[in-house]
Ligand binder design. Sequence first.
Ligand SMILES: [Zn+2]
Length: 394
Amino acid sequence: MKIPRYLLAATFCLTPVAGLTQATPAEITEAKRIQATVLGVDSHNDNAQRILIEGVDIGKRLPDGTIDLPRLREGGIHVPFFALWVPSYYQKAEAVRRTLQLRDAMQKVFDKYPEQIELATSAHDIERIVGQKKIAAILTAEGGHQIDDDLAVLRMYRRMGILSMTLTHFRNNDWADSSTTPPVHNGLTEFGKQVVREMNTLGMMVDISHVSDKTFYDVLDVTTKPVIASHSSCFVMSDVPRNMKDDMFRALAKNGGVVGVNFGSSFLSQKDADELKQHIARANTEEPNLSGAELDAYAAKEHIDHDEGHPRTGAATVEDAANCIDHIVKVAGIDHVGIGSDFDGIPSVPLGLEDVSKMPALTAALLHRGYKEEDIRKIMGGNYLRVIKDVVGH
Ligand SMILES: [Zn+2]
């Protein structure tokens, strides 16, 4: 495909922190050039929560958070996946209602800024929209509970433009085990297998981030299409249950899938692993018995109290993000790794990669490791485009 070179003249705010990056000034200059012209797929952000709950206007540069349209352009991320994440305490039909609220919030953005952003529902859409110098937004569901155990709901989500679904969030649902609660199904149930088959048929990407290792292998047994891990990192770097072991990377490569590396400091550095473990424990104990507006008010308070959209800098640096990419390349190959930042959904971010505008720093770190431009193009979107063409279609 032809990638427009439209951002060549853009100025990136890339301020190398002394001693942080080993990239040379020449590599940093080259990184800015490359990052301005990559497709720029990032398979997970939680910006939709801020749009719905805080009412932020992402058409303008925001003073806080990690994502908005100007910073997406600066960072060369032209194809962000906006997760319509619904906390697991939204149960049954409440989870469907919440999904619709998030879908509506995103529609308002598309309607307000048609010259800046457009919903993409095919590979052709992505190429056309990016070619028009706009952001091609991909919508995803994050948590199989959002279909309320009903394939009709799943089918309608696809018609609403939702192109992938993470099978679980932090908790098990009625048909799949999560990586962060004790297993009750030994992986996928029979209905869970039906969900995977239906997603294959519908042209929806099956996302195995968050699921238990057994669920992951059950999915690979059933699926006829490549799967994605939209926001996961390397277990060898941080032993949080959300991260993937090397055997899983190898199995994902055999399936033809892609893992998007999560930038959360706790995903990249063992020093911050406890932070994520505590976050998971909290999410798994809070079970308000509310519905409707009261439940929404609870979710809003939780979002604000825990400052979800305002991460601090953690123990990890941009070099750790590059190390994780490098590790996956060594284990699974260059064709199976991408970016899955989790921006606006992680409590701490790496030094040097504090928001999406800093993406050229990561590209510089990869150049310094000897990655060629064509390799970087795969990591920054080419691999995901291949899977989207195969699963979702042209
Ligand atoms: Zn997640």
